[in-house]
Write a protein that binds this ligand. Structure first.
Ligand SMILES: [Zn+2]
Length: 301
């Protein structure tokens, strides 16, 4: 099935909804303002709290996924993850700040991982829709402008305000873990092979799968497909990132590969081609093992 034949449904990963069963896109596109956005905002605090509960399982990732035993590696713990908020938070950013989602997330990461120095997680105004690890500053920068875009697209894609909130928070969490992957690759001097952008997409996807935030990471995959520029030119082919559609399929492959029986609908529904799907359980095992091996020396347990 081509993207044109079922574009909206194809964006919606059917872990909950059946394929091609969703209504046509609305004539009016919701934005960050208006009554529907207001309803979504009311759901953000409680959704954020639920996410915190799930994400706190991440402290387990440093222990269980890394297999334990890292405590004797000789790596010293000389820093902490520290959440910081610059002025200017509005909308979802304000809700996340109020709910202290990233403070709790930093605590969970501090429970799981040693750091050679502090790693600030800074929400800030950047003047562009972006999020990135800045090696000179030694900080993860999460831009309010990109969060506004994530919120706007989540409202466009969602059927109701609860789903909009889950999409926005899930996508933002994915983006944060992607940037965290860059930060850890630098601080730990990880010997990555292949493209770092692909590797940290894998890292983020695996973290969310292991925290059982599978629907949320599927929503993040939707975000990449939705923001696909369509026609690509040399600059996109030359970019350090894979094409958005490739990022989408790579994420789906890891989800499917983590439990082919549970996520069979990704293949039977036509979202993930069978030709790729047969490789996905092996890809999942290989990538999980690779990240376990890389992170094990820095695990606190
Ligand atoms: Zn990146």
């Amino acid at each position: 099935m081509s993207r044109d034949e079922c574009s909206r449904e194809r964006r919606s990963i059917p872990l909950i909804s059946p394929f091609c069963s969703r209504p046509e896109p609305r004539a009016s596109t919701p934005t960050c303002s208006g009554p529907r956005a207001e309803q979504a905002r009311r759901r953000w605090p409680s959704l954020a709290r639920q996410m915190v509960a799930a994400l706190c399982a991440l402290s387990m990732l440093g222990v269980s996924a890394c297999g334990g035993g890292g405590g004797g590696s000789g790596k010293k713990d000389e820093g902490d993850f520290v959440a910081e908020w610059d002025p200017g938070a509005t909308g979802l950013a304000r809700a996340l700040q109020r709910e202290e989602l990233f403070e709790d997330l930093a605590d969970a990461l501090n429970d799981g991982f040693k750091l050679p120095r502090d790693l600030p997680i800074v929400h800030t105004s950047c003047g562009e829709e972006n999020a990135f690890y800045d090696p000179r500053q030694g900080a993860l920068l999460m831009c309010y402008e990109l969060l506004d875009l994530v919120t706007s697209i989540s409202l466009q894609l969602a059927e109701d305000e609860e789903e909009a909130a889950q999409r926005a928070i899930g996508t933002w969490t994915f983006i944060f873990f992607h940037e965290l992957g860059h930060g850890l690759a630098d601080l730990y001097e990880l010997p990555l092979t292949g493209g770092e952008e692909d590797a940290v997409d894998d890292f983020s996807t695996l973290l969310m799968i292991e925290a059982d935030l599978v629907q949320e990471v599927a929503y993040a995959a939707d975000f990449w497909l939705e923001t696909d520029p369509g026609l690509v030119d040399a600059s996109q082919f030359a970019d350090e990132h894979s094409l958005n559609q490739q990022r989408f399929y790579n994420m789906l492959c890891l989800i499917y590969g983590s439990d082919p029986n549970r996520f069979d609908i990704l293949v039977s529904g036509g979202h993930l081609p069978e030709s790729r799907a047969v490789r996905c359980p092996g890809e999942y095992e290989q990538k999980l093992k690779a990240w376990e091996t890389l992170l094990k020396p820095w695990s606190k347990e």
